[in-house]
Write a protein that binds this ligand. Structure first.
Ligand code: SAH
Length: 406
């Protein structure tokens, strides 16, 4: 595993532009800002220097990513392994102060926890790890991370979820998802009093959309009447809305996700029992959301609560225009179907869509639909997904809850 001392670490020189980015508080240096990287091994811990040789900090180096350096300390790092252990303990301690009413939450959020390339999610008694950079991948580093997580979280098992694309970008050999410790791969977790099945080796992300946890509770506070959860996945919003609503329908294009949503509804039967008036079940519909909203809007369906939580339409800056058109179309159709006094919960998880852009899109959709919106809450990701003020890329989720006043 990389061991570093102030003198033994390889040095990487960066341009004035790269140095000024670090001075502003960002932690990334792009490949185009590297001046010299001779003889630096993949995934090394390196000393970062400006062109004159002035020491700027310690970073993790990637030989292939466009993000060539990720700063981990302003000082020299004598013992990388000790630093990792300390950062994990601090990440866990931070959650103890900001996370409540759940046994599923993000324990480590990469740069936002000063552990670039490491994501750790906890689902009750299972811990799920994702490794996204060269420097976090060596066996010795993995052992350190796993030992520290096991000691402090005491899970039944630890699984690794592999993002093949991230490994390709980092030029790392292919690997498959699997158990790193223990044997348990499925569990039930509870957030805001609602229970969910988790198969830690299946599903999107590491299994659930933990970043929406606080937004589920916020949305439930205002939900009423007939509710539609569009892009419902395994029912995160729908299950939270159900106790407050007369009828709930969840829509997604993924049948496997809907099957789990239905199992989740059964798990919460007691919570839902007697609350949904006409039918005691949430209705799950497999459909393309764009087509379904178009059909339903045209055929006069009306709702009191609509949630829109689409996948990231803008994965890169280049997709921004078409992404904004997609968001606008969805929001326009939803607004046309909301009754006066209705609630729109609309989300975007694309980092490239800024909060002002998103609000602007919503204003335009409201104007086109001839509806007046009153903003109730403009929200972001749950607090276990911290945002670094100086690293805007760590803030990506938008969740706007509004009241349709006319
Ligand atoms: N609201 C969910 C997360 C949604 S993630 C939660 O809180 O857990 C986005 C979802 O959109 C995924 O489940 C994906 O299957 C679904 N999806 C993607 N494209 C779709 C489309 N065109 N129509 C319907 N669903 C779609």
């Amino acid at each position: 595993m990389p061991q570093t001392t102030a003198t033994a670490v390889p040095a990487v020189k960066i341009s004035a532009r790269g140095a000024s980015r670090l001075h502003s508080g960002h932690v990334w240096v792009y490949r185009s800002d590297l001046v010299s990287e001779d003889g630096v091994a993949i995934g090394s811990v390196v000393a970062v220097k400006d062109q004159r040789g002035k020491f700027l900090g310690t970073a993790l180096y990637s030989s292939s990513s466009q993000i060539a350096l990720r700063l981990i300390a302003h000082e020299a790092v004598a013992d990388f392994s000790a630093l990792l252990r300390e950062r994990i303990r601090k990440a866990i301690a931070y959650r103890e102060t900001v996370v409540e009413n759940t046994n599923a939450y993000r324990v480590v959020f990469s740069e936002a926890d000063f552990l670039p390339g490491l994501i750790v999610d906890r689902y009750n008694d299972i811990v799920s790890v994702q490794i996204l950079t060269q420097a976090m991948d060596p066996e010795g580093v993995r052992q350190t991370l796993i030992a520290e997580l096991a000691e402090h979280l005491r899970p039944f098992s630890i699984v690794e979820r592999v993002e093949q694309r991230a490994r390709q970008l980092e030029n790392l050999p292919a690997r498959s998802s699997g158990l790193l410790q223990g044997e348990k791969t499925s569990t039930i977790f509870t957030m805001n009093g609602v229970q969910f099945h988790c198969d830690a080796l299946e599903g999107q992300k590491t299994g659930a959309f933990l970043d929406q946890r606080e937004n589920y509770a916020a949305a439930a506070q205002y939900a009423h009447g007939d509710a539609l959860d569009v892009f419902c996945y395994q029912g995160g919003f729908a299950l939270h809305l159900a106790p407050r609503c007369a009828r709930v329908m969840g829509v997604d294009s993924s049948l496997p996700a809907l099957e789990i949503a239905d199992r989740n509804a059964a798990l919460n039967a007691q919570l839902l029992d007697g609350r949904l008036s006409d039918r005691k079940e949430i209705e799950w519909i497999e459909a393309n959301a764009f087509d379904l909203l178009k059909d339903y809007a045209a055929s006069g369906h009306r709702y009191d609560t609509i949630v829109l939580d689409p996948p990231a339409f803008a994965k890169t800056k280049r997709d921004l225009d078409s992404a904004m058109r997609g968001y606008k179309e969805l929001n326009l159709r939803a607004l046309k179907m909301l009754r006066p006094g209705g609630i729109l919960v609309t989300c975007s998880c694309s980092y490239h869509v800024s909060q002002p852009d998103f609000l602007q899109m919503l204003a335009e959709a409201a104007a086109d639909a001839r509806r007046t919106l009153r903003l109730i809450e403009v929200r972001g990701q749950a607090k276990d997904h911290p945002m670094l003020l100086s690293v805007p890329e760590t803030a990506y989720l938008k969740c706007v809850i509004s009241f349709v006043s006319s």
